[in-house]
Design a protein around this ligand. Structure first.
Ligand code: CP
Length: 310
């Protein structure tokens, strides 16, 4: 099959294994393109894409914009902070006004879970989710799996630990769904308060012991503590960042206790010294910058395949 089974990419949920293989195979070709002296191809000439960011972003936003430009699309960028959303305009009105300017595809990041699905139902245009609240971040999971395939060859039977703030993490949910489709064994690890109650229904193991988890895993994906989502009245999810780092932070001392190399990932942005120390984040075990590089190729593949479908 050389076509995706979906019209919109609102989550990993809904993708098939064939979809994943097609996206990875297409991204591989685009990765070659973006490493050539001439990094641009005309694939999306005459296609207009709007990047609608209702929440902050560095990597995802730049990566989508670069992917669109490498494919020769016309690009318009929208930030909620400097828009008429501040004057009370609704999401649908905002997006409909942008679409009236003849936009073919929208990439949306929004703080509310389900906002991309809502737009996909309401609008006659292709929608790509760039992260919606605590729900999903599908292109992050795709670039993570692609980076692991490059490093490990195959994910079937590999043990992948996702460590930290699972409760607030759209990256964790999308990664779990994607890794399970690829045949990996997935374990989430973190303090009880940061692990959602029914997470096992996604087919993952749960641990609260990082040192034991590091002995089990081939890959440790260290998630950011989402400081902006830690409010729950007067009771914090964990006593202090210092205590969190002692229990769940990845540092060289912990790495030295493992008898074999493991691959270290982080979706960014990193709280250095909290979930991971600089010596580990910048070590040869880390594929953090490969993840960022692969983000452009993966997003090129997604945009190309969705627009090719029409
Ligand atoms: N990984 C990720 O989504 O980073 P940004 O929030 O900077 O886009």
């Amino acid at each position: 099959m050389n076509q995706l089974s979906i019209r919109h990419l609102t989550g990993i949920r809904g993708l098939t294994r064939n979809d994943l293989d097609l996206i990875f195979q297409t991204a591989k070709g685009f990765k070659e393109v973006i490493n050539r002296p001439i990094k641009k191809v005309p694939s999306l000439r005459d296609i207009t894409i709007a990047n609608l960011f209702f929440e902050n972003s560095t990597r995802t936003r730049l990566s989508f914009e670069l992917a669109e430009k490498r494919l020769s699309a016309d690009v318009v960028n929208f930030s909620a902070g400097s828009s008429s959303v501040k004057k009370g305009e609704t999401l649908v009105d905002t997006v409909n006004n942008i679409l009236a300017m003849k936009v073919d595809l929208v990439v949306i990041r929004h703080p509310h879970p389900g906002a991309p699905d809502f737009l996909a139902r309401k609008l006659d245009t292709v929608v790509v989710n760039a992260g919606d609240g605590t729900h999903e971040h599908p292109t992050q999971a795709l670039l993570d799996a692609f980076s692991l395939l490059e490093r490990l060859g195959d994910l079937e039977g590999k043990n992948v630990a996702i460590v930290g703030d699972i409760r607030h993490s759209r990256v964790a949910i999308s990664n779990i769904l994607c890794l399970k489709l690829m045949g990996a064994n997935v374990r989430v690890c973190g303090p009880k308060t940061l692990i959602p109650k029914h997470i096992q229904t996604l087919g993952v193991e749960v641990s609260h012991d990082l040192d034991e988890t590091l002995l089990w895993c081939d890959v440790a994906n260290m998630l950011r503590i989402q400081l902006e989502r830690q409010e729950r009245g007067s009771v914090p999810y964990f006593p202090s960042l210092r205590e969190y780092a002692m229990q769940y932070g990845l540092n060289n001392e912990r790495m030295n206790r493992i008898d074999r190399p493991i691959t270290i990932m982080h979706p960014g942005p990193i709280n250095r010294g909290v979930e991971i120390t600089s010596d580990v984040a910048d070590s040869a075990h880390s594929i953090i910058l490969d993840q960022v590089e692969n983000g452009v190729a993966i997003r090129m593949a997604v945009l190309y395949l969705l627009t090719a479908k029409g």
